[in-house]
Design a binder for this molecule. Structure first.
Ligand code: FES
Length: 126
């Protein structure tokens, strides 16, 4: 059902784990399957210096978390906001149609974490 790249990312995901010194955290869930994705970021001078994730979900959700976090590491906040689930799926070489919704979690989690950062930044600079 999954291609080799998806299986590789699922079995050996990059950027896994909680980040104690994160200054941005985004959590999203999929109501239909109950899976949850949490993305942590350490943002300095508008750059995502570090990023990690914790995903309680299917193989596709874990593979997309792995790829999405790798894609945004070292990028600016604005660049991260432009990442779409289609890009994540492309990077993985495709997902089965019934698993495409799993990649949406990654896009949403990135946006949620960046929004968390922007909210904190605005609050701190009032
Ligand atoms: Fe829930 Fe994949 S089935 S995220």
């Amino acid at each position: 059902m999954y291609n080799e790249r998806v299986m590789k990312e699922f079995q050996n995901p990059q950027n896994v784990g909680e980040m104690a010194d994160a200054n941005a955290v985004g959590t999203v869930g999929n109501a239909s399957c109950g899976d949850i994705m949490k993305i942590y970021m350490k943002i300095e001078n508008n750059i995502i210096e570090d990023v990690s994730f914790q995903t309680f979900g299917c193989a596709a959700a874990i593979a997309t978390s792995s790829v999405a976090t790798s894609l945004i590491k070292g990028k600016t906040v604005e660049e991260a906001l432009k990442i779409t689930n289609a890009q994540v799926v492309d990077e993985l070489g495709g997902l089965p149609a019934q698993k495409l919704h799993c990649s949406v979690l990654a896009e949403e989690a990135i946006k949620a974490a960046v929004n968390d950062y922007l909210t904190r930044y605005v609050a701190e600079n009032k």
